[in-house]
Design a protein around this ligand. Structure first.
Ligand code: GDP
Ligand code: IMO
Ligand code: MG
Length: 423
């Protein structure tokens, strides 16, 4: 395998966590390379559900080292809670390491994320309010506090005091909120520094050595292509690039080592938060998909918006990420529909659009052009081979494979590890 990257093709929550857990079985490293605890990746093992926001979804394979790489944002409070929960479930956390180059999410990032969202009123993005945008802003403005700073108490204190002073000006003067207490934040983070100290390493160097030894690495994307800061439906996006190219940048790996690129999509679409969603079904069918698919946010619990599959968005994603194989998730959720629709293109003012428009306000207005497929009645969640799927389900998969020009090597028919078909 050498280095593989797995990333979402739609608006997130495609089932990336489940797939990473399956693929991590034979690996030496699982690496998160961007985003923070805005992610919510679910793994179900023998009916028991685990949701990870920061930890790579390979943590159950304790032979694999799980790295939180340089491109990530780390909220140390959330990380420590996840590690504690893992250990409480009897699973070792000794294989979890954090990049010294990753940036920290601070309490003012979380507060500013919420204050900004509130101030936007109807125009809000619908962020997870985990401080992602404000923390990446500081990183690119070069005022961020990094994990390496946890190793130097004096420096940590100085950076916290400097940042809190400047953020308090915005918190008080722009938003009229009471100021934050720098000393209290320093004391809180000094405790995190002690608790995390033994996990802070140079993950970039570790990965370089692993590549030299020919070890197998899987990079786990969070969020998804349609939420990409550059290529997604801006401004209704996240503040990082979830795509395959960012795996190289965020983990610090040479591009040529990444030989396997797995695109993950579900058999329909969902979106959490605001922004264009051409195939959205604000009706009974959408409600049925939400109920059958348990489409409620893993991070915020918000009901996910639901809709039919959107081939224009998927083709765009496939091109942006240059996938070598695809994984089709949640096919079981479509069981019982008489008709399954797939949007093959968009229409705008009676003209066909074959691409995703850059202008989100135009994107809001496009109408999907649908092709219809005959559905299947049977429950497919117990099926483990492609040939055993109903013919109509097989045709749906083969159609998608042709339309996307990339082999669908994995089909998922339920949340559990076992409910998976490999082709
Ligand atoms: P991620 O963010 O991409 O890791 O996805 P989430 O974990 O946020 O959301 C996917 C949800 O679908 C989780 O509740 C999974 O347990 C569940 N899931 C994953 N694959 C399947 C599947 O094939 N069928 C069904 N019914 N549920 C699935
Ligand atoms: P996983 O990894 C779905 C969405 C938010 C919001 C926008 C910006 O589980 O697929 P942010 O907090 O990142 O500034 O919010 O992005 N969003 C996600 N939607 N799955 C996710 O992660 C998401 N992470 C962020 O709902 O619309
Ligand atoms: Mg999720």
């Amino acid at each position: 395998m050498a280095v593989a990257v797995l990333c979402g093709m739609q608006w997130g929550d495609e089932g990336k966590g489940k797939l990473v857990d399956i693929l991590a079985k034979n690996l030496q490293y699982v690496v998160r390379y961007q985003g923070g605890n805005n992610a919510g990746h679910t793994i179900v093992i023998e009916g028991k559900k685990f949701i990870f926001h920061l930890l790579p979804s390979g943590v159950f394979h304790t032979h694999a080292r799980c790295l939180l790489a340089a491109g990530m944002l780390i909220d140390p409070k959330v990380l420590l809670r996840e590690i504690y929960e893992l250990e409480s479930a009897g699973i070792s956390s000794s294989n979890i390491y954090i990049s010294d180059r990753a940036h920290l999410i601070m309490p003012y990032h979380i507060l500013l994320d919420s204050l900004k969202e509130e101030s936007l009123g109807e125009n809000k993005i619908g962020t997870t309010r985990r401080g992602i945008g404000p923390a990446y802003m500081d990183k690119y403005e070069r005022s961020g506090i990094r994990v390496v700073d946890l190793k130097n108490q004096e420096r940590l204190k100085e950076l916290i005091f400097r940042n809190v002073e400047s953020k308090n000006k915005i918190i008080q003067n722009v938003y009229g909120h009471h100021p934050l207490d720098a000393q209290a934040i320093y004391e809180e983070y000094a405790v995190y520094a002690k608790e995390l100290n033994h996990r802070i390493v140079d993950t970039t160097q570790i990965l370089h050595e692993a590549i030299e030894k020919g070890e197998n690495i899987l990079c786990e994307g969070a969020q998804a292509t349609m939420l990409d800061i550059d290529h997604g439906s801006y401004p209704f996006v996240t503040s990082s690039s979830p795509g395959t190219a960012q795996a190289a940048a965020g983990a610090g790996i040479g591009l040529s080592h990444i030989t396997q690129r797995v695109g993950v999509f579900k058999a329909y679409c969902t979106r959490v938060g605001a922004g264009p969603f051409p195939t959205e079904l604000d009706n009974e069918i959408g409600e049925k998909i939400r109920t059958m698919g348990h489409e409620f946010g893993s991070t915020t619990g918000r009901p996910r918006r639901t809709g039919w599959l959107d081939l224009t968005a998927l083709r765009y994603s496939a091109r942006l990420n240059d996938f070598t194989e695809l994984a089709l998730m949640k096919l079981d959720v479509l069981s019982g529909f008489d008709v399954i629709k797939v949007a093959t293109g968009y229409k705008l003012n009676n003209k066909i659009l074959s691409h995703v428009p850059a202008d989100s306000y135009i994107y809001e207005k496009v109408e999907p052009v649908y092709e219809e497929f005959e559905g299947w009645k049977d429950d497919i969640s117990g099926i483990r081979s492609f040939g055993a799927l109903p013919m109509t389900a097989q045709r749906y998969v083969q159609y998608l494979e042709g339309a996307l020009g990339c082999p669908i090597r994995t089909i998922s028919v339920g949340p559990d590890r076992q409910q998976t078909i490999r082709r």
